[in-house]
Design a protein around this ligand. Structure first.
Ligand SMILES: Nc1ncnc2c1ncn2[C@@H]1O[C@H](COP(=O)(O)OP(=O)(O)O)[C@@H](O)[C@H]1O
Ligand SMILES: [Mg+2]
Length: 259
């Protein structure tokens, strides 16, 4: 099976007020085509930073990332911008991620307006198609973010991320800010979209149950390092590393339950 995203020896050192923070410390993993790689770890362990470095949203200190075999570090600014169509991002706080004054239609079509020369008519048609795909009604197109629930806003975020038909989605705590009752609905939608469109996911979560429910492959981060990586059925069920065992033991839910 081919790799959609390969991350090799990624390092990110932040320098703030004379202090150095090694947020990502030599991290390597692969997101396979049509599969979900779940990255789990406590808050502050470096999950978001490694994802941002992998997609070159921030410049890594060192390390390599390849999307469908292409080294992103070797691309110039314009090529990288063009390449951004191949991946989408979904963030933790769905309401804050949307421009409060922009209609849902405009939010969803913004990446298309940036990356393509689609006509207004084509954009409208694509927005309606995307609303259908994420389970929102067409009447949502003219609304503003504050008129939608958190779960609906996250569906808009997913529609926006899918607009350019990427192969890879990075989902950074996509359900952490949602009510428990809504989390499973959004996770199920993501599963369904992945299978329909042969997408690959890099799923970031501090919630082991979410990662276990969604992922074929998993990695556990601690203080910038990937302490364990492998099939989710091994890493998150019968881990070899002491830290992962502790993390599992600290979770109150039985295996397989979704928070
Ligand atoms: N822009 C930044 N400047 C300085 N330090 C940062 C910056 N972004 C993240 N960090 C630090 O890097 C570490 C990892 O953060 P982050 O990747 O956000 O962790 P996680 O997503 O696992 O919660 C933390 O110690 C955080 O404070
Ligand atoms: Mg984070």
């Amino acid at each position: 099976m081919s790799a959609v995203l390969e991350v090799e020896n990624m390092v990110k050192v932040f320098r703030a007020r004379g202090r150095e923070v090694r947020a990502v410390d030599d991290v390597s993993f692969t997101v396979r085509e049509g599969r979900t790689f779940g990255l789990v770890g406590e808050s502050g362990s470096g999950k978001s930073t490694v994802a941002r470095c992998a997609l070159r949203l921030i410049e890594p200190t060192s390390g390599v990332s390849r999307v469908s075999g292409e080294d992103l570090g070797a691309l110039g600014r314009r090529q990288l911008r063009e390449k951004r169509r191949a991946f989408g991002m979904v963030f933790q706080n769905p309401v804050a991620a949307l421009n409060p004054r922009m209609s849902i239609r405009d939010s969803i079509s913004e990446p298309l307006r940036t990356h393509t020369r689609m006509s207004a008519k084509e954009l409208d048609a694509r927005v309606l198609e995307l609303l259908d795909e994420v389970g929102l009604s067409r009447s949502h197109a003219t609304r503003l973010p504050h008129q939608l629930s958190g779960g609906q806003c996250q569906r808009v975020g997913i529609a926006r991320a899918l607009s350019t038909r990427p192969k890879l989605l990075v989902l950074d705590e996509p359900t952490s800010a949602l009510d428990v009752s809504v989390q499973a609905q959004v996770l199920n939608l993501l599963q369904q979209l992945r299978d329909e469109h042969q997408l690959s996911y890099l799923l970031i979560s501090h919630d082991l149950d979410v990662v276990r429910y969604m992922s074929e492959d998993a990695g556990v981060m601690r203080r910038g390092q990937l302490v364990e990586v492998g099939p989710a059925s091994e890493v998150l069920v019968a881990p070899r590393e002491e830290y992962t065992k502790q993390l599992l033991a600290s979770m109150p839910q039985p295996p397989g339950a979704v928070a």
